[in-house]
Design a binder for this molecule. Structure first.
Ligand code: GRG
Length: 296
């Protein structure tokens, strides 16, 4: 477990170095826009989607240097979504990672532009990457756009905002989690595998893995939000508020176990991704006796 923690830390430094290059401001008049972008981009994110991308690439022998633009693009998309999610007409959050939300520091107008600017820069850096051929780049950007748009994060956010908790809760929640959160993990894995010229079966196994990982991750995130506010803050409908923390913990466990089962397809080279699943779920069940590949 320690080694995955070390990998996480090392990964943050590696990704941050490249993100700084991609987000360097060379226009005098845009200082405040870049400040807003960089304020949230460098406020302590775990860089999980880049790591997910790199670890998936390793399955296909792709060195992370070849995945840098893609990994940074994924983090830019993620950050853009957080800035937008915090805006008053969305989640209306006042804090992000223990600091005032972007719009409270820079104003809603600048925060909205920072979000769209980052999202657009994500596509730009992939398309400008000389390491990736034109067909591959186009396919990657198409896959990223699908994960972000109406059939991905935007659709999931919409469903989350207008979700009627009294109607078919289980199906609606699963739909929201898959679109809002899991779709970017699926894209992180699938696009890295595309760089590794993965075949259809591998891509399908990866998508199954990443979808379950992402759903489990979202439920754990809702659980940790509840732990932080002690259950006092009236929060939006989610797995925890609807089904309670015990059922939520079980659902997260089930999801992460499904993710680990999907990794059986990559037996022999799936150790790091399995370790990432364990790291994610370690507060939810004891680590003792869980060898590589074992189920909680
Ligand atoms: C892409 C601009 C854009 C919009 C898409 C606003 C929106 C539409 C979607 C919001 C999706 C959202 C906020 C999902 C929550 C995902 C989640 C669990 C985030 C927390 O991820 P961590 O823990 O965060 O990886 P850190 O802080 O480590 O980066």
């Amino acid at each position: 477990m320690e080694s995955m923690n070390d990998a996480l830390r090392e990964n943050i430094g590696y990704v941050d170095g490249h993100l700084r290059e991609y987000l360097a401001n060379d226009r005098l008049l845009l200082d405040r826009l870049y400040e807003s972008v960089n304020y949230t981009l460098f406020s302590g994110g775990k860089r999980l989607r880049p790591l997910f991308c790199f670890l998936t690439g390793e399955l296909f022998g792709v060195p992370r240097e070849r995945l840098v633009s893609l990994a940074c693009a994924l983090e830019m998309i993620h950050t853009a979504s957080l800035i937008m999610d915090d805006l008053p007409h969305m989640d209306g959050a006042e804090q992000r990672r223990g600091q005032p939300a972007n719009h409270l520091v820079f104003g809603q107008d600048v925060a909205a532009l920072a979000s769209i600017g980052l999202l657009t820069r994500a596509y730009e850096v992939v398309l400008a990457d000389p390491q990736l051929g034109p067909e591959l780049k186009t396919a990657i950007v198409e896959r990223l756009a699908r994960a972000v748009g109406m059939s991905g994060m935007v659709g999931g956010q919409f469903a989350d905002l207008y979700f009627d908790a009294s109607e078919s809760k289980a199906a609606a929640l699963a739909f929201i989690h898959e679109l809002k959160t899991a779709s970017l993990f699926v894209a992180s894995g699938v696009t890295a595998a595309m760089v590794g010229l993965a075949g259809e079966e591998d891509l399908a196994a990866l998508a199954t893995f990443a979808r379950s990982f992402g759903v489990g991750f979202q439920i754990l995130d809702d659980l940790s939000d509840r732990a932080e506010d002690g259950g006092d803050v009236e929060s939006a409908a989610n797995y925890v508020t609807i089904h309670g923390p015990e059922a939520a913990r079980q659902a997260a466990r089930d999801s992460l176990n499904r993710a680990r089962e999907a990794l059986d397809h990559f037996a022999g080279k799936n150790g790091k991704l399995l370790a990432l699943c364990r790291l994610l779920g370690r507060d939810q069940w004891p680590e003792s006796g869980s060898g590589e590949g074992s189920r909680a």
